[in-house]
Design a binder for this molecule. Structure first.
Ligand SMILES: [Zn+2]
Ligand SMILES: [Zn+2]
Length: 375
């Protein structure tokens, strides 16, 4: 059963003083959108049927990004994969689910520990005291580790610390902006940032109640649902939800319809993990972000990650620093079927910088470790 504690109670349990948590650069945030983008005109989610009683809930663009959810109807209740960046988003999701079937949400599966995939757990726990929350063992660990990356209980404090600065920047941008539409969008984003801050402050971090080591098969009211841990990729604990009869998989951010966020990832191992994923008999993919897609995209996602690693590796071999790499023209060639940089989400230079710095460090560390091993 999920327990509802305040975030300060959870931090106290972890032996952490909130004040001791360092602030973050807002651009560390996974999956940011351009600040002036229109982000509040549509419903929060669009439910797209991918099989009988199985839906991809595709998140609309918001200033603070929400992940997609997979919604699986069973005779006994509803199973939801991932819970977005805040309780108000998962409440909106719950309302949309109730529009299809008036059944309780009995299980929530968290694909990984990132902030935009689990911070809405509490509203499902509030709607059903018997709710089970399932994640991989690594994800459960990451959710309470001080420096696991862009998610987990300590990261709530980091977001709270970073938001006032982010809001000041939005206010300054509003003052400077002369285009009426962009100004309106910035004002909407400022309102969203303010309400997000309030939600973070009252958040009751709701952690997994059950973990998966490698695989777990659930028989749920007429459906078989397999949960798989297949190796490191987007994080060290990515959990895949596979429906063998319906041939559907929910991947979390190991596969997304945008440029993959690699900062907490394992780019050297990620493509192999996607190859292992491909051995499962699915046809339809509900990705962590973006539109539902087919199995054909799996290869492309692996290639995108491989291209990035290869691109940076060549510069590391030549001894270039991340700053020097960033001065090179991004390698977008006609021969390459998956041009580097072309899918970069919102073409955000700061995100490119983060990926380059991160990959440079990882590749260099690996080379040094290999060198030390050979010596
Ligand atoms: Zn995400
Ligand atoms: Zn993620």
């Amino acid at each position: 059963m999920a327990q509802l504690w305040t975030r300060r109670q959870v931090l106290a349990q972890m032996g952490m003083a909130a004040a001791a948590v360092h602030t973050l650069d807002p651009h560390e945030l996974c999956c940011t959108v351009a600040a002036h983008a229109q982000t509040a005109s549509k419903d929060l989610f669009e439910l797209k049927k991918v099989a009988d009683g199985v839906y991809g809930a595709i998140a609309a663009t918001r200033y603070k990004v929400n992940c997609n959810a997979a919604v699986i109807m069973t005779d006994d209740g509803v199973i939801v994969v991932d819970s977005h960046s805040k309780p108000s988003a998962s409440r909106a999701m719950y309302q949309q689910i109730q529009g299809i079937a008036k059944k309780p949400v009995i299980k929530v599966i968290n694909t990984h520990f990132h902030w935009d995939h689990w911070q809405g757990n509490e509203s499902y726990a509030a709607s059903n005291p018997k709710l089970e929350i399932i994640a991989s063992e690594r994800t459960k660990e990451n959710l309470t580790k001080p420096d696991a990356g862009v998610g987990g209980v300590p990261y709530i404090e980091k977001q709270i610390a970073a938001l006032p600065g982010e809001m000041d920047k939005l206010k300054a941008d509003i003052q400077k902006e002369t285009d009426t539409t962009k100004k309106g969008n910035l004002e909407s984003n400022l309102q969203q940032a303010e309400s997000f801050l309030q939600e973070l402050k009252s958040m009751k971090p709701t952690l997994p109640t059950r973990t998966v080591g490698t695989t777990l098969t659930l028989k749920e009211g007429g459906r078989e649902i397999q949960l798989h841990v297949l190796g490191r990729g987007h994080t060290n604990g990515d959990l895949y939800t596979f429906l063998p009869k319906e041939k559907v998989i929910a991947t979390g951010d190991a596969l997304i319809d945008w440029m993959p966020f690699m900062n907490d990832g394992y780019p050297g191992e990620w493509p192999d993990t996607l190859v292992a994923l491909g051995k499962l008999g699915f046809e339809h993919i509900i990705p962590g972000h973006g539109e539902p897609c087919t199995k054909a995209y799996l290869k492309e996602q692996g290639q995108i990650v491989e291209n990035w690693v290869g691109y940076i590796e060549r510069f590391v071999d030549r001894g270039l620093t991340p700053e020097e790499i960033l001065k090179q023209p991004l390698e977008v060639t006609k021969q390459d079927p998956y041009p580097i940089g072309q899918r970069l989400f919102m073409h955000d230079e700061r995100l490119t910088g983060l990926i380059v710095h991160n990959l440079h460090k990882r590749i260099l560390d690996k080379k040094q470790a290999a060198g030390a091993g050979a010596a």
